[in-house]
Write a protein that binds this ligand. Structure first.
Ligand SMILES: Cc1ncc(COP(=O)(O)O)c(C=O)c1O
Length: 289
């Protein structure tokens, strides 16, 4: 089991400083990234993650340093070299380094970093008994800019939201906008079940187009679960029958407590269970192919 860092194609010791302090990813969060995991040692939906990375880079005008095929090859080699049973992978592209100053023209050339580490999924108990979450009112950094929906390096709002969650022992913070609408988690998409209908905010709400979310919408369709693309009000979410979050690393996790109050029956609901089972069938199946 090992942690492996690849900077611009060079394998580096993980504990040594390898990126310049003048890198704009460090200075300004001037970067884009992806987080993914393996199943059976193979990255799940690699093509989709690389596509989203390219889209994020395009939205913030960072040129991609390599083609999709070259990046895929580099990433697969890094996963193989790490030799973990299952890996958590982070892939970053920064605008590059240069003298202090906001002007993106000061950057020399984009830098790419791959970090591969052993996957540590949430404990089984979280899936069986559910987790606690808090709501966190904010406006997100990229809202109403051209970067809306991009996975940008500046996650400070999510970090602050998570800090608040951890202070009360919760595992996720759910982002609520100025209109009281529940948009997504600090690092997840959000789903609410209201009288048998699955609600999730539309991409137009500026949420990250989650790859797990897209699978869940497909699976809901296959399972004939009615879906409505709408951001629920926080008050609706608090009274919902079910609420759950989705992300590549955590898959689907049921939220059974919101802002200290029991949600639904206080146990993971039937729609969550059906979707989790279907998603696991799909992901575990992908490992065999
Ligand atoms: C803000 C945000 N929304 C949603 C997600 C879930 O996306 P995915 O399912 O592609 O991992 C993430 C994942 O990190 C995220 O950071």
């Amino acid at each position: 089991m090992s942690i492996l860092v690849v900077l611009d194609g060079q394998y580096c010791p993980p504990a040594e400083p390898t990126v310049s302090v003048f890198d704009r990813g460090f200075l300004y969060g001037d970067s884009v990234f992806e987080t993914l995991r393996t199943y059976g040692g193979k990255p799940f939906e690699l093509e989709e993650h690389l596509r989203r990375l390219e889209r994020s880079a395009e939205l913030v005008f960072i040129p991609m340093p390599l083609s999709r095929a070259e990046l895929a090859e580099e990433l697969l080699a890094a996963i193989a070299a790490a030799g973990n049973q299952e890996s958590y992978v982070r892939l970053m592209v920064t605008r590059g380094q240069g003298p202090l100053g906001l002007d993106p023209g000061l950057a020399d050339r984009p830098r790419r970093v791959i970090i591969v580490q052993p996957l540590l999924p949430p404990p089984a108990e979280d899936y069986e008994r559910g987790i606690a979450a808090i709501s966190y009112r904010t406006e997100r950094v990229a809202d109403a800019t051209s970067a809306q929906g991009a996975k940008i390096g500046n996650y400070l709002i999510s970090v602050l939201a998570m800090r608040q969650a951890r202070m009360v022992g919760a595992s996720e913070a759910l982002i609520v906008d100025g209109h009281g609408r529940l948009l997504e988690g600090a690092s997840s998409n959000v789903f609410v079940v209201e009288r048998g209908t699955l609600l999730t905010p539309p991409l137009e709400a500026g949420i990250l187009p989650g790859i797990t979310r897209a699978h869940l919408l497909q699976l809901a369709d296959e399972l004939a679960i009615p879906v409505e693309l709408r951001a629920p009000q926080l008050s609706t979410a608090a009274d919902a029958d079910e609420l759950f979050i989705s992300s590549s690393i955590r898959e689907l996790l049921p939220v059974v407590k919101l802002d200290g109050k029991q949600l639904g029956t206080g146990s993971p609901g039937p729609i969550y269970r059906r979707l989790l089972a279907a998603f696991r069938l799909r992901t575990r199946g992908s490992a065999a192919s």
